[in-house]
Design a protein around this ligand. Structure first.
Ligand SMILES: Cc1ncc(COP(=O)(O)O)c(C=O)c1O
Length: 329
């Protein structure tokens, strides 16, 4: 990847003439079955630009209560675009189609107008959960039947692809816009893409400049992203197998439990209060060179990715078993 970046042909993407960015955008659009795509610095930007373009100031979008767009992007849809969110609590981030019924506001001068539905697949806070395809299909059809646009936060869409064997085009089919990240399990240092129709991406390009995301000789970064998306998708199954291995250790560690059982590369663990809390456990693990992110007072999140080997996961499992048995004894 570093070699590809070092030797990347570059131009000036702000005026639309960087050949490596264009190659990446064409590749991603084709992969997702959309007419066009646009490279941006982050998944937060791709999501927020999509929401801005699907809605007008004062409009509302529907999303799952624990989703990234709502919880971890500073409500940029409100700060930057004057849009509000209506959240619906899923189970580990998964929404059932029936939960959406009645959630569209009726027309009327008093009412905020519901314009958009966002889904996240896989779901980060939910523990890397995969939205079942039949739910995605039913929810997107319902949204379109009710004149809502649909956006997919597919920051980890390729994990859903690797875990299910269902291709990215099929997962993206019901969505008007799709955001994917190159910087997560795929291992690029930077970058995301937003995909949709030619007309939508033309508008997204304008919004990207407004948000300060126009980048000039950015083929260097696009080359890393292109390498990631071409070479690192299939190996995501290794990360999933490593997450399962870690899960086996956790199931054997007294006081720790999986919440939920991992489906992809994220392992969220509940810590029984008798063992302390997530901050304490994260500190103990850090002292052993193991990264775990406190995810609330009694939860910690582990992520397996291409920089974590099976041997390191085995060691992490052994350290967890040792720490928990030391407290219990
Ligand atoms: C589901 C999801 N969407 C979007 C993002 C935002 O990506 P970025 O960190 O590139 O802004 C993240 C980041 O963790 C995420 O998990």
């Amino acid at each position: 990847m570093r070699m590809a970046m070092a030797s990347a042909e570059v131009g000036d993407d702000v005026i639309g003439s960087d050949p490596t960015v264009e190659a990446l955008q064409d590749y991603v659009a084709e992969l997702l079955g959309k007419e066009a795509s646009l490279f941006m610095p982050s998944g937060s930007m791709t999501n927020q630009i999509a929401i801005r373009l699907h809605c007008q100031p004062g409009d509302e979008f529907l999303c799952e209560a624990d989703c990234h767009v709502y919880n971890y992007e500073q409500a940029a849809f409100a700060q930057l675009s004057g849009i509000v969110a209506r959240t619906i609590q899923g189970e580990f981030g998964v929404l059932e189609p029936e939960q959406l019924l009645g959630k569209i506001r009726p027309a009327g001068d008093h009412m905020v107008q519901t314009r958009l539905l966002c889904l996240e697949n896989t779901h980060n806070r939910g523990g890397g959960t995969i939205q079942p395809l039949e739910n995605v299909d039913a929810i997107c059809s319902w949204a379109h039947d009710n004149s809502l646009a649909t956006h997919l936060d597919g920051a980890r869409l390729f994990n859903a692809v690797a875990a299910t064997g269902i291709d990215a085009k099929r997962w993206s089919q019901g969505f008007d816009s799709v955001s994917v990240c190159f910087s997560k399990g795929l291992g690029a240092p930077v970058g995301s893409a937003l995909a949709g129709t030619h007309e939508f991406i033309k508008r997204a390009r304008r919004a990207r400049k407004l948000f300060g995301g126009g980048m000039r000789q950015v083929g260097i970064l696009a080359a890393g992203a292109l390498f990631a998306v071409q070479h690192n998708r299939e190996r995501l199954t290794e990360d999933h197998a490593n997450a399962e291995l870690l899960a086996e250790y956790i199931e054997r560690s007294p006081g720790l439990s999986l919440d939920p059982k991992p489906e992809t590369n994220i392992v969220v663990v509940h810590i029984d209060p008798s063992l302390g809390n997530s901050a304490t456990l994260a500190r103990q693990l850090a002292a052993e060179g193991i990264g775990g992110l406190p995810f609330g007072p009694q939860h910690i999140r582990f992520v397996t990715h291409l920089d974590v080997t099976r041997a390191q996961v085995t060691r992490a499992g052994e350290v967890l078993a040792k720490l928990t048995s030391a407290v219990r004894n």
